[in-house]
Structure formats: C-alpha cells, structure tokens
Design a protein around this ligand. Sequence first.
Ligand code: GDP
Ligand code: IMO
Ligand code: MG
Length: 403
Amino acid sequence: MPSRVVVGLQWGDEGKGRVIDSLAGEADIVVRYQGGANAGHTVWVDSKRYVFHLIPSGILHPETTCIMGGGMVVDLQALLDEIDGLNDRGINTQGHLFLSPRAHLVLPQHKGSEGLWEKRIGTTLKGIGPAYAQKYARLGVRVGDLYQEGLEEKLRLSLAEEDIQGLAQRLQEQGERIRPYIRDVEPLLNRALQEGKSLLFEGAQGTLLDIDQGTYPFVTSSHTTAGGACVGTGVGPTKIDEVIGVTKSYATRVGNGPFPTELGDELGELLQRDGEEYGATTGRPRRCGWLDLVALRYACQVNGVQRVALTKLDVLDRVPRIKLCVAYLYKGERIEEFPLSLDHCEPVYEELPGWENPTKGTRDFGKLPQKARDYIKRIVDYIGVKICWAFTGPRREDVVEMG
Ligand code: GDP
Ligand code: IMO
Ligand code: MG
C-alpha cells in the first residue's frame, strides 16, 4: 500500500476531510501534520455530519490509527471537547488516536491576544499565529512539557500572565486527561513504514494559505503544502509515494486577501447557497468565485501533485455559463505564472457552456453530462495533472472514480 499526502490546492475547505475519509479505509494510519483547531474538515456518513478540527478525519474508520503530529499546535481544551463530542456519538478514540509530545500548545493567552489585535488577515481567532510565533521564537511550550519538571518556568519565559501557577495547574489537569493519547509518534510512524504499513497524511488549510508558498501575508502560520507532511511528522521525503491534491470545481476563500476570480454578484450568491459555503470552524460566509487555473497549476507544482480530486461538481449544475481563469492581466501584461502577489491581477477568462443538468449523486463517468466532462478535460489539459475523482455530493458514495 502506498503512503500518500492529501493536500488542499486552494484557500482551504476544498473537501479534504471527505477525501481523507474515502481513502482512510485503505490506510493503516492517518496523520495530521500541521495547523490546529483553525481547520474544519467535514465528513458525512449515513446522514450524520462530523466536523473535525484537530482529530484526523480518518477517525470514523475503527481499524485506522489516527495521529496528531508534532508539527501541529494544540489547544488542549478544544481537543478534549472534540474527543468528548465523538465519544458521546459512539465513536471510540481510545487506543486509536495519538498525539505527539512535540506538538506545541495553544495557550489561552494566544487566543486572547489574537482577539485583541487581529483585524488585518481575518483569522479564525484560534490562536494559531501567536502559538507558531512563539514556537519559532523558541519560547513555545510543548505537549511533552506538561509531564516534566519546570513547566512554570517555561510558561514564565513566554507569558506576561500574573497567575502562572494557576495556569500551569490547569494545563497539567488537562494534560492528565490527555495522557492516554500521548505517544512518541515519530518512531511509531517510521516503524510502521518499515513494516510495510501505509500512511495517509492529512493536510489542513490549503496551498495558497501556506506561510511560504501562499498569498502572504494573507496566509496561515504553518506549512500547509505536501512538504509539511515530512517536517511535521519526522518521516523522510523518500517514504512518500504519492501526493493527491484536492480542489473544488470553483473557488472559495474565507478571511481577507486578494481573490482575482471572486464573484460579487448573484452568481457568487448562487455558489454560496448551492455549495453551502459557510465556514465549518467559524460559520463565516465564504467568498466565492470561478476556478483559477493559474493558481491551481501553481499549487500542483509546489506540492508535486500526481492526482487531483475535484469536489463539488454538482454545485455548478445550475450555472448557465462557466468561466475558468487561464491568465492574469497585470499592468496590461498577460501573465500565466503565479506571481509574488495577486494584488492588481485581473483574471483573463475562458468561457464554457454549463451543463444545466443535475449531476448530484452521480457515480458513473458515463452518466456525467458531456459538458461536465468537457469542463473536467479543460482543467486537466491546463494543469497537466490527471483528475481521478469527481465528487458529486457530500455523502461518502457521491463520487465518480476515473482511475
Ligand atoms: P475541508 O476543510 O477541506 O475538509 O472542507 P470543509 O469540510 O471545510 O468544506 C467542504 C464542504 O463541502 C463540506 O460542507 C462538505 O460536506 C461539502 N462537500 C464536500 N464535497 C462535496 C461535493 O462534492 N458536493 C457537495 N455538494 N458538497 C461537498
Ligand atoms: P481547513 O483545514 C479555510 C484562513 C483564515 C484566515 C487565514 C489565517 O478547514 O481547510 P489562521 O486562523 O489560520 O491564522 O487564519 O487562514 N484559514 C482557513 N480558511 N479553511 C481552513 O482550514 C482555514 N484555516 C485558516 O480564514 O484567512
Ligand atoms: Mg474546512
């Protein structure tokens, strides 16, 4: 069985959770490698909706081990709430969910301070930026520190908080509840690989939110791209066999930052309504627009994507004419390479006729309208990477497999 990375190719919310869920059955271990509770990954099973924030989206498969890697930043209370929520719904976590002691803690102060000053980026206010900033300033507190001497000194180094003792005590209490889930996951993962087991790395956010490859500064504070899978788990790049990229059939973005193909009109509203484009973490409406092939080809390149999963094809069912962005106009010049900044980039569109027929729930390629197949083909021709799955609804079974 190959080891694979699943990565978002846009600004997040591409449908990674449902793709992970559909591949997790074949994997021995699903691993999150970056980010924190800013993620919201939705999986629908038997008319039940699950939204995962910290816990990998493979947890609904009882035989699959789920791991939260050292590259993540973890809010202990959010994790405990998520575990309790799943247990209340009859989903077992004990014995198949593990957390690396290398992961950094998101402290209450990180969330508090972000709430006070953050207006520019439009973050999720989950303390992600402040927690990673402290990590890279080498002032962070790691999960493993909860079980060692000297927690108070570590907290004192980084926080202006008065009641360090009280905070340390609260964290240690949470640490006790989390203790059964702590494992040295790096040797565990490498041993699993030696035994021929298959790993599925679950990316959070998306390529255009990557701290280095994304639309800086309107990004998140971690390596969302496929390379992050190695950095955040202690698995070497030679152990990864395949990178699968996930994109919607159109584009969305939550939070601020340039979005050349954004639709400010009723078509944008139609995509928002039919696609139910409201954030799974914050409930904020997602900005909607046409698929940007310049950005998509770039995202495939920086991740080394070998196969693409196209989600939400059904959301375009009612759109009479569909546009694809094939270049930008920047100061009068046509560019097809993804630029340093998307500011002042005007989209150049190609227009295709919509299929105006329901595809929702379609599972058979032959049953897709010809115009929907033409749309998929145009995307493949432009990006130069195969689309192997087209998803036609949120349920597990709503998928056309194309090899
Ligand atoms: P993630 O963060 O990448 O896992 O994506 P989210 O869960 O935040 O957002 C994707 C949303 O689209 C969820 O509400 C999914 O249930 C839904 N979804 C995923 N794939 C499809 C699809 O093919 N069709 C439709 N209609 N909805 C989908
Ligand atoms: P999933 O994993 C969509 C966005 C925020 C903001 C920027 C920085 O569900 O795809 P942060 O709180 O990370 O510092 O916010 O990134 N953002 C997401 N947008 N999906 C996500 O996760 C996101 N996680 C962060 O809206 O623009
Ligand atoms: Mg999401």
